[in-house]
Design a protein around this ligand. Structure first.
Ligand code: 5AD
Ligand code: SF4
Length: 473
């Protein structure tokens, strides 16, 4: 069946559930784990649920429908899911809450087996490839009072036209591609999200145009490997329709940069091996693209990178950074690093520290290596003892934090363009916003400034945020 037809069928199910629910004032709660792609999927799940007559709550005791959108990139998400499922048992006994679990973890058989054995009161299990069928699964659960398991293992398709309930009215995430073909040896994503596939240029551009009309100012383009947007399609001669000249990531950036009303464009995550010159040039030329690029390093050791199947060396990564810094004035970088990958020696770890020192990142997201069933990394014999992993993590953290402090000091006295997001959560006399380098800035100001891009003079730094003064006041 083609995907448009499948979406139509689900819209009919949404209508059926809405009718069953009418007049009942039902509530739903959704708990999202993991990355921004998952957050964006949750906005789509919420969109469907709200069309079916539920309103959102953040109190699980009030929920008539509870949905988990799970992540399996690292082990700690599993503990969180099982802990929360235990808590929900009593709530379900009292309120009859429908419990649904979806997302990446559901593509792992050992997890669904455990849920079925230990948490049999769960009603719906759905995977990454059947998320769009949530209305049908919910309808059948309500009507048939039977548990549903709807998980398939396929390459994956792209579904357009489903409703979406956005969490924020200033910044919006737009998924441009799904899946991954890279198979980094530590990573579970290619197994649970399927093969790389890009959304069509027209669908993305129309979505961003629509967001701009609604008043959104910042767009975050999402994908596991954004800079290979449409590459698989081009290489395999898959027919796709160009729209406004878009046939690659660089051309997509130019097209989005032209959309009136959008002030800032960000994207995550690119892969260093696919960071082509045309993309670097697009970043330099497009005024709306934030000059803050996330460039996952993972390890600074060429040998560890080889075993990780990252397909670049320490030198190639540093050369790329050099080339980017030369072509993009005032470029700032952030990164992801895994410590304690199997076989990582003290020397390898020193190489990671060396790259961190040389690149001088604005932000480092650090992860302790977590064994993932089914990945090559899990089968490697030379696993690193937990104690060493933790010690290395602390050393990296110390270095990264010392760099943040030094880098923050450089902002003092400078005038930064800040997109005002709202009132500060800790002090409602203050407003909060972000610089294009994604630093949080707190300053005194009138609520009318919310949603505007204004000039702020930075006066002090406080590790996780900067304080400033409004220059337009
Ligand atoms: N263990 C630890 N960190 C991981 N990541 C991916 N898989 C693992 C793993 N098995 C990290 C990578 C990736 C980020 C999203 O999560 O650094 O870039
Ligand atoms: Fe995982 Fe590597 Fe794909 Fe990123 S590029 S999702 S780390 S396999």
């Amino acid at each position: 069946m083609d995907t448009a037809k499948e979406v139509e069928i689900q819209k009919e199910y949404m209508e059926k559930v809405r009718k069953i629910n009418s007049g009942k004032e039902l509530k739903y709660m959704i708990l999202t784990m993991g990355c921004q792609l998952n957050e964006n999927d949750s906005e789509k799940i919420s969109g469907m649920i709200e069309k079916m007559g539920y309103t959102k709550t953040n109190d699980s005791k009030q929920a008539d429908l509870f949905v988990f959108n799970t992540c399996c990139v690292r082990e700690n998400a599993e503990d969180k899911l099982f802990g929360k499922l235990g808590e929900l048992k009593k709530i379900k006994e009292k309120n009859g809450t429908i419990i649904a679990i979806g997302g990446c973890m559901m593509q792992e058989k050992h997890i669904t087996d455990k849920i079925k054995a230990s948490y049999p009161y769960t009603d719906i299990l759905f995977g990454t490839h059947t998320m769009h069928k949530f209305p049908e699964n919910l309808y059948k659960t309500i009507i048939e009072h039977k548990k549903r398991e709807d998980i398939i293992d396929i390459d994956g398709k792209t579904y357009e036209g489903l409703p979406i309930k956005r969490e924020n009215n200033l910044q919006a995430s737009v998924t441009i591609m799904n899946g991954c073909n890279n198979f980094c040896s530590y990573c579970i994503v290619p197994y649970v999200r399927g093969r790389e596939r890009s959304r069509m240029p027209k669908d993305i551009i129309k979505e961003v145009e629509c967001l701009a009309k609604k008043g959104y100012k910042e767009i975050m383009l999402l994908g596991q490997n954004v800079n290979s947007y449409l590459r698989v399609e081009r290489e395999n001669n898959v027919k796709f329709e160009e729209y406004q000249g878009v046939n690659s990531f660089a051309t997509l950036l130019y097209a989005i940069n032209k959309i009136e009303g959008i002030e800032r464009i960000r994207f995550i995550s690119p892969h260093p091996k696919d960071f082509t010159t045309d993309v670097i040039e697009a970043i330099a030329k497009c005024d709306k693209i934030c000059k803050m690029i996330h460039l996952p390093l993972q390890s600074g050791s060429t040998e560890v990178l080889r075993v990780m199947n990252r397909r670049y060396t320490k030198e190639q990564y540093l050369d790329l950074v050099e080339k980017m810094k030369n072509k993009i004035p005032n470029l700032k970088l952030s990164t992801d690093i895994i410590v304690g990958f199997p076989g990582e020696t003290e020397e390898d770890f020193e190489d990671t520290l060396d790259v961190v020192r040389k690149v001088n990142y604005e932000q480092v997201y650090m992860f302790i290596y977590s064994r993932r069933k089914g990945t090559p990394g899990d089968k490697m014999e030379n696993q690193i003892p937990e104690e060493i992993k933790h010690k290395r993590f602390e050393r990296l953290k110390k270095l990264a934090e010392s760099q943040i402090e030094v880098n923050n000091k450089e902002y003092i006295g400078k005038i930064e363009k800040v997109l005002v997001e709202g009132k500060s959560k800790t002090n409602d006399k203050m407003l909060t916003g972000r610089t294009q380098s994604n630093k949080v800035v707190i300053f005194e100001g009138n609520e009318e400034l919310i949603g505007k891009l204004i000039s702020i003079k930075i006066v002090s730094q406080h590790m996780w945020y900067l304080k400033g003064e409004n220059q337009n006041a």
